[in-house]
Design a protein around this ligand. Structure first.
Ligand code: UT7
Length: 328
């Protein structure tokens, strides 16, 4: 049976670290509050001259190197981001140029924190239909440039970085078993960037006075929906494959808040440390990059063995959510 399989992973993070203690000097907050409410201890922040494409290119090169394929062999590049280098062209096209993927079609995808799962889902469909054989899926963000550094409700949460995966067609029973993606647009304005699109174009008023080009979020609403939606996405994946949570070797959830991760894990009954991947204490919420960065860390540290059942589970603005189940 023709399947898609991840044959290489890579990630890239800015060197600059912003700790909770650093944030104490910027807004009225404390390490204790941030740690107990979110689990985050530090996040990485892009420096001047570093962009979403900077990290996407580096993560992609590392994923290609691991897979052993050349950039020219890629048929498709899909990049999930809500913080592209420019409104257009697609950041994926910049990545295509930088890595020399001259034979690939390249486009960006806007599904917030679920961007990587949405990208995997599209890659899987292209591969299964025979339209593509080698696809690069990337999640990349520089959220620090759309975070309101005067808003303590949001500025403590987010970080920058990128993760990428090379997906290839393969025969056999390893690889992606299923992907499921969902949206609930009735909550579109619960987590969003109100300005700098065409409803509120960039003007002195929207950008400077009204601070509309920064992330706005109803944190409590997002929290409640995230737990329910991530449970639904995970259960849908397991049911579609005739599996139960006890079959899962490793759950890699979107890294938004440790309380969201723990509540989801508890509902699923996947609470053992060795079955639950967590790295948000180091990076905060990197939106579409969170799952591929985690996947790369889990891969390189030997957390996944051949035959392991790995469940990816995401939730984000839109709302969007989704899951991917694979046999490693
Ligand atoms: O990828 C999806 C992206 N977004 C998320 O996943 C976010 C989901 N939501 C959350 O993670 C949580 O809702 C937050 C971490 C954002 C907030 O945690 P919470 O437990 O829901 O706190 P809260 O918003 O109910 O605020 C509790 C109190 C408030 O003070 P009062 O009104 O009780 O006096 C806030 O003003 O904590 C205050 N507060 C802070 N205090 C210190 C809010 N932010 C901070 C802060 N430091 N940074």
């Amino acid at each position: 049976m023709l399947r898609s399989r991840i044959t290489g992973t890579g990630s890239s993070l800015p060197e600059k670290i912003l700790t909770n203690s650093d944030l104490e000097l910027m807004v009225e907050t404390s390490d204790e509050w941030i740690t107990s409410r979110t689990g985050i201890k530090q996040r990485r922040i892009a420096s001047e001259g570093q962009f979403t494409s900077t990290f996407a290119v580096e993560a992609s090169r590392r994923a290609l190197e691991m897979s052993g394929i050349k950039a020219e062999e890629l048929d498709l590049i899909i990049l999930g981001t809500v913080t592209p280098d420019f409104p257009f062209p697609a950041t994926a096209c910049i990545v295509q140029h930088e890595i020399g993927a001259v034979n690939a079609a390249a486009f960006d995808l806007s599904a917030a924190c679920s961007g990587f799962i949405y990208g995997l889902s599209i890659a899987d469909k292209y591969i299964r239909t025979g339209e593509a054989r080698k696809v690069l899926v990337i999640g990349a963000e520089v959220l620090s440039r759309v975070v309101d550094w005067t808003d303590r409700n949001t500025c403590i949460l987010f970080g920058d970085g990128s993760g990428a995966a090379v997906i290839e067609a393969c025969e056999g029973d390893t690889g992606l078993l299923s992907t499921h993606i969902f949206s609930n647009g009735s909550y579109w304005n619960t987590l969003y960037q109100p300005g700098c699109g065409n409803r509120n174009p960039a003007t002195n008023r929207s950008v400077i006075d009204d601070r509309l080009c920064f992330i706005k979020m109803e944190g409590n609403d997002v929290f409640k929906h995230a737990v329910r939606a991530m449970e639904e996405a995970a259960c849908t994946a397991l049911a579609a494959n005739g599996m139960t949570p006890s079959d899962v070797s490793l759950l890699i959830p979107h890294q938004a808040n440790l309380r969201i991760i723990d509540a989801t894990a508890k509902r699923l009954g996947i609470t053992e440390e060795e079955r639950l991947f967590v790295n948000l204490h180091n990076y905060g919420n990197t939106s579409s990059a969170s799952i591929p960065i985690s996947l790369d860390e889990a891969n390189r540290s030997g957390r996944m063995k051949p035959g392991d059942i790995v469940l990816l589970d995401a939730f984000g603005g839109g709302f969007t959510y989704g899951s991917a189940l694979m046999r490693w």
